[in-house]
Design a protein around this ligand. Structure first.
Ligand code: BGC
Length: 744
């Protein structure tokens, strides 16, 4: 032991490098050699990504050395053919890197990222990404355009489905987990795929939740909120690539934001991977009104540090003339090509360019499906369970209705190019397979798809419901209603789904509503009318079994909302970690209905709130019930006055007071009460999943380094400021005991 320590110290102080450093240095040397050999055209080729739409033309482009990457080839034979051309028919034989949107699974589809986030389980999330990488890499894909770690606080924005929700800490933890899963322990392993954190940056703050829309994020908001997951991705997960966003922030399109790309990403974070533009986001700078033509767009993107261009071809068209005109320099081009080659070397593509393509051996493997079922179970959030209607107790007859009970395509969710619906386990299929022998299951969709407006069969539904012990009503959204370019201004259930629920209430049979959707929907009335509500997101291939397991108590729900559920669209933006106003509401405000007629001018108590819907959400961030109940003991702090380099220990007892075994996600929130800038009313700083048998109790301990309270204050430097802090431990962001501590 002692000898090892001496050796380690010797290595550190003698300046000798560790093996990882040596290989990094070796890679740089290899790049030096290669760059010297490369003609300008070959360099430009590396910076160009083609789309797989027209492979016959692509083969020719590749042969001319004018492509460094192709996006969306999923057939290993085509991948190998393209690669063979790059390796054998170009002068320097530089391998291609094949990219694809493998967002929440490749063949085996896991819950949408927002659903995975509800599991609050980085371990499972990492495993899911690993499986996605194993399945995708077998086709030749060595690069995924994931994870999407945009902070998403507006459920109108369809891409909230792809995000981990509204919180920078949760998004950071899960983003890091996804990257580790995709990239594996060693990028050169053939099952490792380079991750691409996207979209850099601020895309989720699109005005009005309308996709691609403008954002107005200040530097401080960027640093304290929107950039946090990206910084973690670079520093904690050795992120290989990053994608620029579509939005223009404060008038500057992301694909030429030098502050973000050069100052923050490269200089401050020392990012060593490469930057790719989003699909045509370079040419779109003309539409933004930021560049007069595509040539100027190429110039600005290159100078800002966008290393590879996704599909829009301006680098190929203009780099040579931009160089001649001295609008860009060869040093910049060399640096950008170096960034791309570095990732290719790290992936081992030079040594191992081809793929075996044993697809049958890896797609939909039993263990992959099991994992998909597990994570779907963990992602389901129990929103209501009046009179403990769930888990279902030995029903004789159940009536199953709704457009999402048997919608194999829809339940996979957005961004599914490769998963096949014939592999999907729908809820009705799972229920029939697992319980069909013992229980009389009557299934009638009544409403055929989520937007269906046909209520012809409502009377029939009521009649069936009357004969049943329980109604299971599967409502929600089709997959195409969320995701890219699918923003909505009305978040109520589409079509006549709410009307179906309303009509079923008349049957007096208890109703369990299960919602499968890509975003928080405004379901206040639907929740009121249901006896129990499960939010299952778009749960993926094995969603049906996961839901059946939860309904019958084989699994106890433990999911928590990664995003606030507003009561109505007018409350948006609504997120738990907002700033206070000078006049925060305290619940005692007058509401619309108790304002007297002909009331004279009054400011109604001078509080910041909505007259018609108050200030509370329908469900707060972090909310989720269980079939059991948990009792939180009193919080003990190791100290109440701390120095900035100290660590606070927080402990308490958590007891399962109900009759089912279950898992509770305990959440730790902090508020800095007064600082050089106003800070959020609560910020999640940590969480843990605690498993408890009935009546069991455990001591739970959190370690909070005071350094974790640092933020960018008035001087734009990250540091902890002295002062008082509130700390909560709770079951969600709106509950929990509060204690005070001080930092000196
Ligand atoms: C999306 C990206 C995606 C890319 C490639 C774009 O439209 O914004 O997230 O990775 O397409 O498919």
């Amino acid at each position: 032991m002692k000898r090892l320590l001496v050796l380690a110290l010797f290595l550190i102080f003698s300046g000798l490098e560790t093996s990882a450093q040596v290989s990094d240095a070796q890679i740089e040397k290899k790049i030096d050699v290669l760059l010297k050999k490369m003609a300008l055209k070959e360099k430009i080729g590396q910076m160009n990504q083609l789309s797989a739409d027209a492979m016959e033309t692509n083969f020719k482009v590749i042969q001319q050395g004018m492509a460094g990457s192709v996006l969306s080839i999923t057939n290993p034979e085509i991948a190998n053919k393209a690669q063979k051309i790059a390796i054998e028919q170009t002068r320097l034989g530089i391998p291609l890197i094949f990219g694809r949107d493998v967002i929440h699974g490749f063949k085996t589809i896991f819950p949408i990222p927002l659903g995975q986030a509800a599991s609050f389980d980085p371990d499972l999330v990492e495993k899911a990404a690993r499986v996605a990488a194993i399945e995708a890499s077998e086709t030749g894909i060595r690069w995924t355009f994931a994870p999407m770690i945009d902070i998403a606080r507006d459920p109108r924005w369809g891409r909230i489905a792809e995000s981990c929700g509204e919180d920078p800490y949760l998004t950071s933890v899960l983003g890091v987990a996804m990257i580790k899963g995709f990239q594996g322990k060693d990028l050169s392993n053939p099952t490792s795929i380079a991750a691409c954190a996207k979209h850099f940056a601020g895309y989720g703050a699109a005005e009005g939740g309308r996709d691609y829309n403008t954002t107005n994020i200040t530097e401080r908001q960027f640093r304290n909120t929107y950039l946090v997951p990206f910084e973690n991705a670079v520093k904690k997960a050795d992120l290989a690539t990053i994608m620029t966003a579509f939005n223009a922030n404060d008038g500057i399109p992301s694909s030429c934001n030098e502050f973000l790309l050069k100052q923050v990403l490269r200089k401050e974070w020392n990012f060593k991977g490469f930057v790719v533009s989003d699909w045509a986001s370079i040419t779109e700078m003309v539409d933004h009104g930021f560049c007069s033509d595509n040539k100027e767009a190429a110039q600005k993107a290159i100078n800002a540090g966008v290393d590879m261009e996704m599909v829009s071809g301006t680098y190929v068209a203009y780099i040579e003339s931009l160089l001649q005109e001295k609008k860009i320099t060869i040093e910049t081009i060399n640096e950008e090509v170096r960034n791309i080659l570095r990732v290719k070397f790290k992936l081992g593509l030079f040594e191992n360019p081809y793929v075996k393509g044993n697809l049958k051996e890896v797609f939909y493997k039993e263990e992959h499906l099991k994992l998909a079922e597990k994570i779907a179970e963990r992602s389901i959030v129990l929103l209501k369970n009046k009179d403990a209607v769930l888990p279902l107790q030995q029903p004789k007859t159940i009536a199953v209705f709704g457009p999402l009970a048997d919608a194999p395509h829809e339940q996979m969710g957005t961004w599914v190019f490769d998963g096949e619906k014939n592999h999907t386990m729908t809820p009705i299929k799972a229920l029939q397979e697992q319980y069909g022998k013992d229980i009389n299951i009557i299934y009638e969709p009544i409403v055929k798809y989520s937007r269906d407006k046909d209520s012809t069969d409502f009377a029939k539904a009521r009649k069936i419901a009357k004969q049943a012990d329980f109604v299971l009503l599967f409502l929600g959204e089709e997959s195409i209603l969320s995701g890219e370019a699918h923003s909505l201004s009305d978040l109520n259930l589409q079509g006549v789904q709410s009307e179906l629920l309303e009509t079923l209430v008349k049957s007096k049979t208890p109703i369990v509503t299960i919602i499968l959707a890509g975003r928080p929907l405004t379901i206040q009335k639907d929740v009121e009318q249901s006896n129990a509500v499960l939010y299952a997101w778009h749960p993926g291939t094995m969603g049906g079994s996961a839901i059946a397991n939860i309904l019958f108590g084989k699994a106890n729900p433990s999911g928590k909302l990664p995003v606030t559920f507003p009561k109505n669209v007018g409350q948006i933006p609504m997120y738990y970690n907002h700033l206070n106003t000078g006049r925060p509401a305290n619940g005692s405000e007058l509401s619309l209905n108790n304002i007297p007629i002909e009331a004279s001018q009054t400011s109604l108590g001078n509080k910041s709130y909505y007259l018609d819907s108050g200030n509370d959400p329908l469900f707060p961030f972090g909310f989720g019930l269980s079939y059991t109940t948990f009792e939180y003991g009193k919080i003990k702090l190791s100290k109440t006055v701390l120095k900035k380099d100290e660590v606070l220990e927080i402990s308490f007892t958590l007891k399962n007071t109900g009759k089912y075994g279950g898992s509770e996600i305990v959440q730790l929130y902090v508020r800095d009460l007064a600082a050089s800038i106003a800070l959020p009313v609560k910020e999640l700083k940590n969480f843990q999943k605690i498993d408890l048998k009935p009546k069991e109790e455990k001591q739970v301990k959190f370690i909070l380094p005071i350094a974790d309270l640092a933020f960018y204050g008035i001087d734009m430097k990250k540091k902890v400021e002295s002062g008082k802090f509130d700390l909560w431990i709770g079951t969600n962001s709106a509950e929990g005991e509060k204690v005070l501590f001080e930092v000196q």
